[in-house]
Write a protein that binds this ligand. Structure first.
Ligand SMILES: *[C@@H]1O[C@H](CO)[C@@H](O)[C@H](O)[C@H]1NC(C)=O
Ligand SMILES: *[C@@H]1O[C@H](CO)[C@@H](O)[C@H](O)[C@H]1NC(C)=O
Ligand SMILES: *[C@@H]1O[C@H](CO)[C@@H](O)[C@H](O)[C@H]1NC(C)=O
Ligand SMILES: *[C@@H]1O[C@H](CO)[C@@H](O)[C@H](O)[C@H]1NC(C)=O
Ligand SMILES: *[C@@H]1O[C@H](CO)[C@@H](O)[C@H](O)[C@H]1NC(C)=O
Ligand SMILES: *[C@@H]1O[C@H](CO)[C@@H](O)[C@H](O)[C@H]1NC(C)=O
Ligand SMILES: *[C@@H]1O[C@H](CO)[C@@H](O)[C@H](O)[C@H]1NC(C)=O
Ligand SMILES: *[C@@H]1O[C@H](CO)[C@@H](O)[C@H](O)[C@H]1NC(C)=O
Ligand SMILES: *[C@@H]1O[C@H](CO)[C@@H](O)[C@H](O)[C@H]1NC(C)=O
Ligand SMILES: *[C@@H]1O[C@H](CO)[C@@H](O)[C@H](O)[C@H]1NC(C)=O
Ligand SMILES: CC(=O)N[C@H]1CO[C@H](CO)[C@@H](O)[C@@H]1O
Length: 347
C-alpha cells in the first residue's frame, strides 16, 4: 500500500495549531508608503506552494485503485471530496495541501484530463500524477490575502499592567503576531462563472469580512479557535476585528444554517464547540456595541435550534430513570476526512 502514513509530527502540528509563520513581526517589511509606527503594512502572505515530496520513487506505479469511499451528499466535489487517488499517492506530507489547491481549469475538464490519464491506470506513475497536479491545480491558499491592521497600536494598555519586564517584552512580541494573521478573501482570485459554469473549483468558503487565522496549515477562519482569538483581540483592543469575525459567523449562520468547523467545504458537516454566543457576549461587554444584537440574537437562536435538532440526543440514566438532553459532536460522514485522509497518529 502506497498510502503515506504521515508521521506523528503532523498529528502534533494539527493538535498544536501550528504557530504563526513569518517570524519576528518587527521585521515586517515597510514597503507601504504611509508606513508609520501605528500603521503596520500588510504582511506578504507567502502562499507556499508546497513542492510535492512523495515518499516513493517517481517511476513507482500507483497501487491498484481501492474502491472509492461512499460519496457524501454534503460534499459533492468529485475532485476534493470523494476520490482517493491523489490522497493515497501521498504527494504531500500534509493531505490538506492538495484539497486547498484550486483547480486551474473547470472541474469538468480537470476530471476529463484525469480520466484520460487513468485509462492506462495499471501504469500510472507517481511522477505522472505529480505533473498532473502541478499543471491542473494552483497554489494552496491563493484565494486569500494578507491585510493590514489600520492604526495598529503596538502598545495596548494591557501591556502596562505586565510588571515583569521580560514577560512584558514577550507579551509585546505575541501582540505583534496579529499583524501576520489577518486575512481577507481576494475576490478577484475566486473561481468566476464562465459560459459553461465555474471556470475552476475550490474548497474555500469565501467570507465577506476580514478574519484572523490560527496560522500554518490552518489558513482559513476556524470556529472555536476564533473564541480564543477573540479573547486575545479584546485584550489587544482590536475590536473591529472581533466585529468582523462575528459578522462572518453571522453570514455563515444565514447562508449555511450553522457555523462549520472551518472555512472549507470539506468542513460542512462538522461544527465545533458552539462558542458564538460567548464571543458575542465578550464583544458586547468589552465595547457596549449593543447594535450588533439586532442581527446576532436571532441568529444565535437559530444556531441553538440547529444544535438541538441535529446534535442532541436524549439519554436516560439507568440509575435514576431521569432523561437528559445531551449535546455532542457528530458528523454525518462515512468517508475519510479529505484534509486528513489516511493520516494516522502513530502515538
Ligand atoms: C486524452 O489523451 C489523448 C491522447 O494522449 C489526447 O489527444 C487528448 O487530448 C486527451 N484528452 C483530454 C481531455 O485530456
Ligand atoms: C480515456 O477514456 C475516456 C472515457 O472512457 C475516453 O473518452 C477517452 O477517449 C480515453 N482516452 C484515451 C487516450 O484513450
Ligand atoms: C490594569 O490593572 C488595573 C488595576 O488592577 C485594572 O483596573 C485595569 O483594568 C487593568 N487594565 C487592563 C487593560 O487590563
Ligand atoms: C488577488 O488575486 C489576483 C488574481 O489572481 C492577483 O492578481 C492579485 O495579486 C491578488 N492580490 C493579492 C493581494 O494577493
Ligand atoms: C461591525 O461590522 C458591521 C459590518 O461591517 C458594520 O456595519 C458595523 O458598523 C460594525 N460595528 C462597529 C461598532 O464598528
Ligand atoms: C458575501 O456577499 C455576496 C455578495 O453580496 C453574497 O452573495 C454572499 O452570500 C456573501 N457571503 C456570505 C457568506 O454571506
Ligand atoms: C458600557 O456601558 C455601561 C453602562 O452605561 C458603563 O457602565 C460601562 O462603563 C460601559 N463600558 C464600556 C466598555 O464602555
Ligand atoms: C438540522 O437542523 C435544522 C434546523 O434546526 C433542520 O432544518 C435540518 O433539517 C436539520 N438537519 C438535519 C440533517 O437533521
Ligand atoms: C428528547 O425528548 C424531548 C422531550 O420528550 C423531545 O421533545 C425531543 O424530541 C427528544 N429528542 C430527541 C433527539 O429524541
Ligand atoms: C426505571 O424504569 C424502569 C421501567 O419503567 C423500571 O423497571 C425501573 O425499576 C426504574 N428504575 C429506577 C431506578 O427507578
Ligand atoms: C447532520 C448535518 O450536519 N447535516 C448537514 C450536512 O451538510 C449539509 C450542507 O451544508 C446541511 O444542509 C446539513 O444540515
Amino acid at each position: 500500500m502506497l498510502a503515506n502514513v504521515a508521521a506523528a509530527a503532523l498529528c502534533l502540528a494539527q493538535l498544536a495549531h501550528a504557530a504563526p509563520q513569518g517570524g519576528n513581526p518587527s521585521s515586517v517589511s515597510s514597503s507601504s508608503s504611509d508606513a508609520s509606527l501605528t500603521s503596520v503594512p500588510a504582511p506578504t502572505v507567502t502562499v507556499s506552494t508546497v513542492v510535492a515530496s512523495p515518499t516513493v520513487s517517481s517511476d513507482a506505479t500507483l497501487p491498484s485503485q481501492i474502491p472509492d469511499p461512499p460519496a457524501q451528499s454534503w460534499c459533492t466535489s468529485q475532485i476534493f471530496c470523494a476520490g482517493p487517488t491523489v490522497n493515497v499517492a501521498g504527494l504531500y506530507a500534509d493531505p490538506k495541501t492538495f484539497v486547498d489547491k484550486p483547480t486551474s481549469a473547470s472541474a469538468q475538464s480537470v476530471l476529463a484530463n484525469f480520466k484520460n490519464l487513468t485509462n492506462s491506470s495499471s501504469s500510472l506513475t507517481e511522477s505522472q500524477l505529480v505533473n498532473f497536479v502541478d499543471s491542473k491545480f494552483g497554489g494552496e491558499g491563493t484565494e486569500l490575502e494578507g491585510l493590514p491592521i489600520p492604526d495598529f497600536n503596538p502598545s495596548p494598555s494591557f501591556l502596562q499592567n505586565v510588571t515583569d519586564p521580560l514577560v512584558r517584552a514577550w507579551s509585546g512580541v505575541v501582540h505583534g503576531y496579529w499583524t501576520q494573521l489577518i486575512r481577507g478573501t481576494n475576490q478577484s482570485a475566486l473561481c468566476s462563472e464562465g459560459d459553461a459554469g465555474p471556470k475552476c473549483e475550490s474548497t474555500l468558503i469565501p467570507l465577506n469580512h476580514t478574519f484572523v487565522v490560527p496560522g500554518g496549515r490552518f489558513r482559513e477562519q476556524y470556529y472555536w479557535d476564533s473564541y480564543w482569538i477573540v479573547q486575545g483581540l479584546i485584550k489587544s483592543e482590536l475590536f473591529d476585528l472581533v466585529n468582523a469575525t462575528l459578522q462572518n459567523f453571522m453570514d455563515e449562520l444565514e447562508t449555511i444554517g450553522f457555523i462549520p468547523n472551518g472555512g472549507r467545504i470539506y468542513y460542512l458537516n462538522r461544527s465545533q464547540p458552539p462558542l458564538f454566543i460567548n464571543m458575542l457576549a465578550d464583544y458586547v461587554s468589552a465595547t457596549n456595541d449593543t447594535a450588533i444584537l439586532d442581527r446576532a440574537l436571532p441568529l444565535a437562536e437559530r444556531e441553538l435550534t440547529w444544535w438541538q435538532d441535529n446534535r442532541t440526543v436524549n439519554v436516560t440514566s439507568p440509575f435514576t430513570n431521569q432523561t437528559y438532553a445531551v449535546a455532542r459532536y457528530a458528523a454525518a460522514n462515512t468517508a475519510p476526512r479529505p484534509e486528513s485522509y489516511l493520516t494516522v497518529c502513530l502515538r
